[in-house]
Design a protein around this ligand. Sequence first.
Ligand SMILES: Cc1cc2nc3c(=O)[nH]c(=O)nc-3n(C[C@H](O)[C@H](O)[C@H](O)COP(=O)(O)O)c2cc1C
Length: 190
Amino acid sequence: MRAIDALLDRVSTSSLQDPAPDGPVLERILEAGLRAPDHGRLAPWRYVLIRGQARIVLADIVAKALQYRDPDVTPPMIEKQRGKFLRAPLIIGLGAHLRPDHKVPEIEQLMSVAAGAMNLLNAIHAEGFGAIWVTGANSYDGHVQAALGFEPPHSLAGFLFVGTPREPVTPARRPALSDHVIEWTGAPVR
Ligand SMILES: Cc1cc2nc3c(=O)[nH]c(=O)nc-3n(C[C@H](O)[C@H](O)[C@H](O)COP(=O)(O)O)c2cc1C
C-alpha cells in the first residue's frame, strides 16, 4: 500500500473482531505513534495496551465510575457502557504525560499526543486492521484515568479500539477540498 493511499483510504470503524495486531506488527504501529512531532522533545505519549481479560477489568471500572457519576443509572445502561470495552480485541489507552510547568504550552503537548494517535490510526490501517478513536465521559472520568495510571496533571486523550473490521469498510464521504483550502492573498480569509 502506498503511504498516500493509506492516508486517503483510512476509515474509522467500531465493528471489530479478532485478530488484533500483535507482535512485530503491533510494535511497528506503536513506533509510528512515537514519530509524531514533539515540541521540546517531551515525549508525552503513553500507550496503554488493554487486551484479553484486562478488558473485563477495565469494563468493570468503567461501570463503577458510571455509577459514581450517576447513582440512578439503570442496569441496561451500565451493560451498554461495559459492552463498549469488550467489543474490540485490543484497546489502546492514549495517555498524555503532561508537563504544565514546561515552557512548551500544555496545548502543544496535547497536540503531540493527538498527532501520535493519528499516526497510530494510519499505521493500523496500513497494516490491514481497523480502529476508531473514542473519548466521551468514560475516558474523561477521573476514576478511569487513575485506574490506568493518569492522575493530574497527566490525562487520557481517549481510547483507540482496534481489531479486524467485521465487514469490508466502505469509503466515507469526505469534505470537499474547496471548502477547506483557501489561497491567502493578503486579506483575511472567511
Ligand atoms: C478526539 C476525538 C474524539 C472522538 N470521540 C468519539 C467518540 O467518543 N465517539 C465516536 O463515535 N466518535 C468519536 N470520534 C470520531 C471518530 O473517531 C471518527 O473520527 C469518526 O467516526 C469519523 O470517522 P473517520 O475517522 O473515518 O472520518 C472522535 C474523534 C476524535 C478526533
